[in-house]
Design a binder for this molecule. Structure first.
Ligand SMILES: Cc1ncc(COP(=O)(O)O)c(C=O)c1O
Length: 342
């Protein structure tokens, strides 16, 4: 499935590997060998790695048919990918969003010709409504969250994400020693792990990073079973504000992740501004809220000598951070930037 994903996506119009940048200025303080940053703000003008997942799944399940209607429920980025994937293939598309999804994100989805349906309540309510209407109307649901009875399509989305790792394997000769990968439901992290197993010659340590307000991976690892948590307050990292892991990522990550870290929202805006203002690298980088957790966790962990030792972080380390989105929500990005510069 991973090879097929690369084979298909690399043929799409305007496909180009996203840049693998070096955070050299940050590294002057932390003293590793390299800190790489995969810049997904450049992914197909969708400004997020999610472009690889939902759109690939749409292509696979539509199998060239033109008379099907695609549907999905989303917190934002996944829905954009599905809508864009449907537009690429001239398919009709219905996207369900909760009352919490910003107008900017809705507008971004509508730009790709999809009909956006607002549902009262949270993400789960929007998914329930999506399932109900899709069953009634025979629409094809493309979700990125897997459950016991829904595995194939989320697997396609993860296969799509794995091409980031395929690209990296060609972009550097350095062996990556540590990957800091952020998690909402865990699809991104699982896609990265699958890519590593297929494309890297050496297996790096995998460090999963989540918002402390939505640490469902950490709580599941602690309990050694899938744990649903209660989100008391949504994280500013909206794409990662998830209360339960997806099933397949859980099965993959429980065996392959080495460490789980949770971070607060406190340093998100500052990190967005530092990326933009060349405080971390020679070039200016547009990284949205979900692109910051790897940097925040790396800095915090590196400042603790014991933890540095525990993780084997030293002058030979080649660290990979996943800069998973750019200014996907332009309004929020501007707010974070100005707050972070204060
Ligand atoms: C920008 C961004 N980063 C990270 C994630 C987390 O990915 P996953 O839910 O697959 O763990 C999401 C999820 O929507 C996202 O939108």
């Amino acid at each position: 499935m991973l090879s097929k994903a690369y084979h298909s996506i690399s043929k799409w119009k305007n496909y180009k590997a996203t840049p693998l940048l070096s955070l050299d200025t940050l590294n002057q303080n932390l003293n590793f060998n390299k800190i790489f940053y995969k810049d997904e703000s450049k992914r197909f003008h969708l400004k997020s790695f999610k472009a690889l997942g939902g759109a690939f799944a749409v292509e696979k399940i539509s199998k060239g048919k033109k008379n099907i209607i695609i549907s999905s429920a989303t917190a934002g980025n996944h829905g954009r990918s599905v809508a864009w994937g449907a537009k690429r293939l001239d398919l009709k598309c219905k996207i369900f969003v909760s009352q919490y999804v910003s107008k900017t994100r809705v507008h971004e989805i509508e730009k790709f010709g999809a009909e956006v349906i607002r549902v009262k309540g949270n993400y789960e309510d929007s998914l329930k409504e999506c399932k109900k209407q899709s069953k009634k109307n025979n629409w094809k649901i493309v979700q990125d969250v897997s459950t016991k009875d829904y595995k194939y399509i989320p697997q396609l989305t993860m296969a799509g994400y794995s091409i980031m790792i395929k690209e990296i394997s060609k972009q550097t000769n350095h062996y990556i020693t540590h990957i800091f990968v952020q998690a909402g439901v865990g699809g991104l992290a699982a896609g990265v792990v699958a890519g590593v197993a297929k494309y890297f010659k050496r297996i790096p340590k995998i460090i999963v990073v989540e918002p402390d307000r939505a640490d469902c991976v950490l709580q599941s690892v602690k309990a050694n079973k899938l744990k649903k948590i209660k989100i008391k307050k949504e994280s500013i990292m909206g794409g990662m504000s998830c209360n339960e892991m997806s099933l397949i990522p859980w099965q993959i990550l429980k065996k392959t992740s080495n460490y789980c870290v949770s971070i607060s929202d406190k340093n998100v805006s500052k990190t967005v501004a530092m990326l933009k203002d060349k405080k971390l690298s020679k070039t200016s980088i547009i990284g949205g809220e979900c692109a910051t957790p790897g940097i925040i966790a790396l800095v915090a962990l590196s400042n603790n000598i014991k933890v540095r030792k525990l993780l084997g972080l030293d002058k030979n380390s080649n660290i990979l951070l996943i800069g998973c989105e750019g200014n996907a929500d332009i309004k929020l990005y501007k707010q974070l930037l100005s707050r972070g510069r204060k």
